[in-house]
Design a protein around this ligand. Structure first.
Ligand code: ATP
Ligand code: MG
Length: 436
């Protein structure tokens, strides 16, 4: 394994130190007798200054470099006001590790706007761009913070199947797959498995997995294959306990990113606010009232908020210093949500979390009483007989429980300030894209 320094760890204070770096040739500038080679690794860029007079042989090698060659350079770090980042490398050894045999079809070192479709077609080149790489370094840091929070709070990680006979919600947006001599489907959500596991005694669990939605969308916030962060916990009082977990884990994640992904945020030009104050929790009715009173907007579907409604609510609360807001008590919800509870002044114990004007997660308290569960299923035209594998778990004692599913791609989209969710996914899938 090559002993080397990661470029983000180099600073002007290292003046006079000998070091080795490795990476791609990002940019070359020839000043006649002096050659600036900007080297890029996964963490940053460093200027290497080759001088013909000092190191003639090395200078000749450097003169023959091409963009995107992979090189390894050893030399002395020198603080310099003119160098980007205030430090540069005076090389004593330069090795070409691998040559680029072609000229990249998209600009890697210059900030030229390419359209998203071209960028995604050439994703392996696009990811070489520092601003694109920054999205995925930020994503990795966010996911680390998120999972850490759950491990630190006694949650266990589980893995449930992504192939099964029916979707969590039935529905038409399932991808069928040929499964030996049967028809199976790609999972839309681990919902039913999470509940089975809580019934079985996993009373604090989370799962990082993929969910598949065969929706025919044309929006900037939907994709066909979603990375999901799913959570379920038992022994709750009500849905507020679930919102507490969602709120604290998200605040922790945003704070971690703000503190530990400064380089990435700077690269992306994002100023990230940590929502330190309690997230407002408003009812579905209150949300509709705000939309009607403040914006004269009435979402078409009486039982939901639309995209415009979510965006307007986002603006309304962001102006008051709240980038995140819970909307609680959606009417007419899926069978597994606890609803019509005596004493509740809300329609169901289902909530959505809106973050920066976009739905980020859906969750709530689940129904744990098998008879009520079956009754609601029948009311909604869902045959309990088709869900034996799920209902079986409810015959043997189930703690009151709840949870949520959060779209990781949407979270990264918002943290990185991206217009389109696909920019937050390395190899996104949509109705027209199945490769790369
Ligand atoms: P939306 O109403 O925005 O289409 P949904 O209510 O259908 O989303 P849920 O079933 O509640 O989605 O899924 C939980 C979370 O997964 C959502 O809050 C969202 O963050 C994410 N998600 C759902 N569908 C998609 C999708 N097609 N593309 C990207 N993320 C999605
Ligand atoms: Mg939802």
């Amino acid at each position: 394994m090559l002993e080397r320094t990661y470029i983000e760890d180099v600073s002007p204070e290292d003046d006079g130190e000998e070091t080795t770096i490795a990476g791609h040739v990002h940019e070359l500038r020839d000043l006649g007798g002096i050659l600036f080679v900007i080297v890029r690794d996964g963490t940053g860029r460093l200027q290497v200054v080759a001088k013909e007079d000092d190191t003639p042989e090395l200078f000749e090698t450097a003169e023959n470099l091409d963009s995107e060659d992979v090189i390894q350079v050893t030399g002395t770090l020198e603080a310099s006001d003119q160098a980007p980042g205030g430090v540069e490398l005076a090389p004593t050894e330069l090795t070409v590790v691998s040559e680029a045999t072609d000229v990249p079809s998209i600009e890697i070192s210059k900030d030229v706007e390419a359209d998203l479709s071209t960028r995604l077609d050439e994703r392996h080149l696009d990811v070489r761009k520092p601003s694109t790489k920054a999205v995925f370094s930020l994503r990795s840091k966010a996911m680390q913070a998120m999972t850490d929070w759950f491990y630190d709070n006694r949650f266990e990680e589980v893995d449930t199947p992504e192939l099964s006979t029916a979707g969590a919600e039935g529905g038409a947006d399932l991808f069928p797959v040929v499964y030996y001599d049967k028809e199976a489907y790609l999972s839309q959500s681990p919902q039913l498995y999470k509940q089975i596991l809580v019934a079985s005694g996993f009373d604090r669990l989370f799962e990082v997995g993929h969910a598949f939605r065969a929706e025919d969308f044309g929006t900037s916030r939907h994709v066909s294959e979603i990375a999901m962060f799913d959570v379920e916990l038992g022994y709750i009082e009500d849905h507020n306990d679930v919102m507490d977990v969602q709120e604290e884990s998200l605040r922790h994640t945003i704070r971690h990113v703000a503190e530990n992904a400064q380089r990435e945020l700077e690269e992306l030009g994002v100023d990230l606010d940590v929502p330190e104050e309690d997230f407002p929790r408003i009812t579905f009715e209150e949300a509709r009232d705000i939309l009607a009173d403040e914006y004269d907007h009435v979402p078409e579907d009486d039982n939901d908020l639309d995209t415009k409604g979510e965006r307007l609510l986002g603006e309304y609360f962001e102006e008051q210093g709240h980038p995140a807001v819970f909307v609680v008590g959606y009417p007419d919800e899926k069978f597994y949500y606890r609803q019509d509870v005596e004493g509740d002044d809300i329609a169901s114990r289902k909530f959505d979390l809106l973050y920066r004007g976009q739905e980020l997660s859906s969750g709530g308290q689940r129904e744990h009483d098998i008879e009520r569960l079956k009754a609601v299923m029948r009311e909604q035209g869902v045959e309990p007989e088709n869900f034996e594998f799920y209902l079986d778990a409810f015959r043997y004692g189930v703690p009151p429980h709840g949870g949520y599913g959060l779209g990781i791609d949407r979270l990264v989209q918002q943290l990185a300030g991206l217009d389109n969710i696909k920019e937050a996914i390395l190899f996104p899938r949509d109705p027209d894209r199945l490769e790369p």
